[in-house]
Ligand binder design. Structure first.
Ligand SMILES: Cc1cc2nc3c(=O)[nH]c(=O)nc-3n(C[C@H](O)[C@H](O)[C@H](O)COP(=O)(O)O)c2cc1C
Length: 350
């Protein structure tokens, strides 16, 4: 009763990575959970009521375990956008005829935690930090399984010490935001092949390998490295059931996805995505854009405009380094391809 699958009650140790920023869908979560994996929903932009509604919708969609994911807020996050913050983006606002946002819309973390406790989804995962001991205790009492995310061995040890049930070892190959929380991101960029075996050696809780796994070979390799389960993000983002815009999905399946970068320009927090014009044009200002969520608030109108107009050059094209390995465009078929590659778990080396 110690494996990730046993702890979470799933049949096959394949997790569909949660996507924040509106890219998760209940449909994708449902297809993956119904298929015996763990479907996930990135809920960090939802308020308390939004989380209550989401969990009810997930329960309607699937009778099997699913995962709701939250971001732990970082100390000192800005609460407002200053006029000077927008200086580098003004040319885009002018060219696109957009209005600068007046403030930052963020969700209240305490409300999110209260909603999670009230609705008690089967699994809750966290990134960017570790929830406090009181929440962990209360969640355990309600039978919620808790998963933390680590980008370094030290973070994995901290996740285990906090009493979480499992840890996602997120290599720097992964798409989306980096979750580093003990040291700066640039000191926490460990590739999946280096990270997973070291984390597996350092902790006793199940390790979920994430980052650059998009086909059966990656699944088999991660399990050989000591992972107990795998978390696949970009490969599921490229399926028709994800919330990615058509233009994002088509770039993920093109040769352009071979070139990804880590950049702060879309949100104020370092994330991996496919390079495009705005990434290259803003690169000189990489270190001067304001911190998350201020830069995120400033970029939302530009990103929304780009998604509406199918313009890949101004869009946040989140992607990991293995997008080209993604399989079937249907999430159910893709999940079956990943499951077929799972090795006999009795031979996993720790
Ligand atoms: C668009 C996108 C959004 C993501 N949002 C979140 C998130 O909100 N919370 C989280 O824990 N992980 C998030 N991730 C990470 C994925 O859940 C997963 O760990 C990662 O994508 C695995 O690496 P891969 O992209 O190489 O498959 C995101 C990834 C992508 C591509």
């Amino acid at each position: 009763m110690n494996s990730f699958a046993d702890r979470t009650g799933i049949e096959h140790p394949i997790v569909q990575g949660p996507f924040g920023g509106g890219l998760s869908t209940v449909e994708l979560l449902g297809v993956v959970s119904d298929g015996g994996g763990l479907g996930s929903f990135g809920a960090h932009i939802l308020d308390g009521q939004g989380i209550l509604d989401l969990v009810a919708e997930c329960r309607d969609r699937t009778s099997r375990p699913f995962n709701v994911n939250l971001w732990v807020p970082q100390p000192g996050e800005p609460r407002a956008v200053a006029a000077a913050d927008a200086i580098r983006l003004r040319p885009y606002y002018t060219a696109l005829g957009l209005e600068l946002p007046q403030g930052i819309e963020t969700s209240n973390y305490a409300d999110q935690l209260a909603a999670v406790l009230e609705s008690a989804p089967p699994v809750v995962s966290f990134v960017m930090g570790i929830p406090d001991a009181r929440f962990i205790q209360a969640a355990r009492k309600r039978g919620i399984r808790l998963v933390g995310t680590a980008t370094t061995v030290d973070e994995a040890v901290a996740v285990e010490a906090a009493g979480m049930d499992a840890v996602v070892a997120s290599g720097s190959d992964a798409g989306g935001h980096r979750g580093a929380f003990l040291r700066p991101v640039h000191e926490s960029l460990v590739g999946t092949f280096s990270l997973v075996p070291q984390v597996a050696r350092a902790v006793a809780i199940p390790v979920v390998a994430a980052g650059g796994i998009a086909d059966g070979r990656g699944v088999a390799a991660a399990m050989t490295l000591g992972a107990d389960a795998v978390q696949v993000g970009t490969g599921f983002l490229a399926t028709t059931q994800s919330g990615a815009s058509p233009v994002h999905r088509s770039v993920l399946r093109s040769e352009r996805a071979r070139t990804t970068v880590l950049t702060r320009i879309f949100s104020g927090r370092t994330a991996r995505g496919i390079s495009n014009r705005i990434v290259r044009d803003m690169a000189p200002f990489e270190n001067e854009v304001p911190a998350y969520p201020a830069q995120n608030a400033l970029m939302v109108p530009i990103r929304q405009h780009a998604a509406r107009h199918g313009d890949p050059e101004l869009l946040n094209l989140w992607s990991g380094q293995a997008a080209a390995l993604a399989g079937s465009a249907d999430a159910g078929e893709y999940l079956a391809e990943l499951i077929a590659a799972l090795p006999d778990r009795s031979v996993v080396v720790r």
